[in-house]
Structures are given as C-alpha cells and as structure tokens.
Design a protein around this ligand. Structure first.
Ligand code: NAD
Length: 248
C-alpha cells in the first residue's frame, strides 16, 4: 500500500520539478518532540493562550519562560531523524529546491538542509525587546530559568513567532515566492491549520503547480492534493529518496 503511493509521489516529483517542501511539527515527532495538535501534543497540556501569545509573554514573561525553558532543553537534546536526513539528501541530489519549515527546532539545519526558510523563527537566538541585543542559544541556556538581557537586564524574548505576532517579512515573502514557483509542493507533517503558512499550498495550486501531502491524519487540503500519504514522515521520505533516480 505505502509502496504504491510512494511510487506515485516519486512519479509526481519527477514529472513536476522543482519540488519545494513545507514541513510542520509532524516531521519532528519521531525525534521525540511532541507536535501541537495531536492528543499527545503540547497544547493538550498547556493552553496556548496562556503560554504562546505575545500578550501572555508581555504580561508575564517569567511564566512563559518556565514553560519555554523546559521546551528548549527538549529541543536541544533532539536529533534529526530519517525525515530530516532524507530531505537534506534530496536537496544534495538536486530534487528539492528548498525546505520551508514552521518548526523552530533547527533539526533541518542540523541534518544538512541548506536552502531553508524558517517562517516561524527558531530557537537559535533570543532578543531584547528594549535594546535589541541578540543572544545566541548557548548563552540563553546559561541564563535560564529567566534569561535577562546581558546589556540592559530586561527579560529576553525567544526569536520564535508567538501567536499574535507577525511572521518575519523576508521569510514569508521568500516562502510565498518558492511556493508559487514550485512544480510540486510537498507538505510533510503539518495539519495545515495555522495561517498564513497554511495558505502556501494555495499559492502553488493557483500558479498551476501540484500538491502532495505526507501527514498522519487528514488536512483541509487533502481533496486538492494529487497524492496524499497517511504515514510516518521518516519512513515515507526515506522510501521517496530510494524511489527517485539518483539525479534529475
Ligand atoms: P500540528 O501539530 O498542527 O500538526 C502536525 C501534524 O503532523 C498533525 O496532523 C499530526 O497528525 C502529524 N504527524 C505527527 N507525527 C507525524 C509523523 N511522524 N509523520 C507524519 N505526520 C505526523 O503542527 P503544524 O502544522 O506544524 O502547526 C503549526 C505550529 O506548530 C507551528 O507554528 C510550528 O511552529 C509549531 N510547532 C513546532 C514544533 C517544532 O519546532 N518541532 C513542535 C510543535 C509545534
């Protein structure tokens, strides 16, 4: 069953290059990082309105850092899995033009992806909203549990996009260009429920490109996809890399 649909996906990628990949939390669950919307996800335990909005952060940064500090440790321990590795390999082999990710975990970068657009920021740095000082991950970890700006003392904000914040403009612009120019947009491990990123597949379709979705569970765009595979990201992407010719 899986073999047949992976074969169809490979045929689509061959026929409709270039391929741009859009990933979500589902590609990192096999690395031990819970996603958001599954029953075992982060939001089943923590109310996002209390911990992940910019207003919550401004009101009570100590409380948000209590949540976020634990998450940072988990994210830092995690290792890239077959899904991240297969995408880096497919980029090297000339099949994947770029990866657009909603994830903040840096696992694509650590797996070797080079053309990477992080539309929700990353844990790589935190910044001071008062004086603009940017502090790298290792220093932030050393400043936990409540990291204060080394220059002015205000509590730092992680450089990840919180609910209620705008996306980094250059990143979403680049992602939109990539989606519109994609022959095929391959969505991996995203519920496609968070906008504006969930609108990227519509850019591809409007420009005449095709959509493929690899996700456990359904998404609102399944009916518009040429291929949908309900399977684990690591296994499916490994099989896709094996099914494609070495190079285009
Ligand atoms: P989401 O939680 O809404 O959806 C994840 C989807 O992946 C679900 O449909 C789930 O069934 C599926 N899934 C889970 N494990 C899978 C696997 N092994 N293989 C295939 N599919 C799998 O996540 P999303 O769409 O990325 O939601 C958006 C928000 O979550 C984003 O803002 C993102 O920044 C944030 N997020 C990031 C991380 C991370 O950096 N690793 C983790 C959690 C959430």
């Amino acid at each position: 069953m899986l073999g047949m649909s992976v074969e169809r996906l490979a045929e689509l990628v061959v026929a409709r290059r270039p391929c741009v990949v859009l990933t979500g939390a589902g590609i990192s669950t096999e690395s031990g990082i819970p996603d958001f919307r599954s029953p075992t996800g982060v939001w089943a335990q923590y109310d996002p309105m209390e911990y992940a909005t910019i207003d919550a952060f401004l009101e009570d940064p100590v409380k948000v850092w209590d949540f976020y500090g634990k998450r940072l440790a988990l994210l830092d321990d995690a290792q890239p899995n077959d899904g991240h590795r297969s995408l880096a390999e497919l980029e090297d082999r000339g099949w994947v033009r770029a990866v657009v990710t909603q994830n903040i975990d840096r696992l694509h970068e650590r797996a070797g992806s080079r053309a990477l657009v992080e539309v929700h920021g990353s844990i790589r740095t935190s910044s001071c909203l008062a004086c603009g000082t940017v502090v790298p991950f290792a220093e932030v970890v050393a400043l936990l549990p409540v990291p204060a700006c080394p220059s002015c003392g205000r509590i730092l904000k992680p450089d990840v996009v919180m609910f209620g914040e705008l996306l980094p403009e250059a990143a979403i612009e680049r992602a939109t260009q990539l989606a519109a120019a994609a022959g095929v947009l391959l969505v991996v491990g995203s519920s496609l429920e968070v906008y504006p990123v969930a609108g990227l597949p519509l850019e591809t379709l409007a420009a005449g490109g095709s959509l493929a979705i690899v996700n456990r569970g359904s998404t609102p765009l399944d009916a518009r996809a040429s291929v949908t595979i309900d399977g684990g990201a690591g296994e499916v992407l490994r099989a896709l890399a094996d099914a494609l010719p070495e190079r285009p």
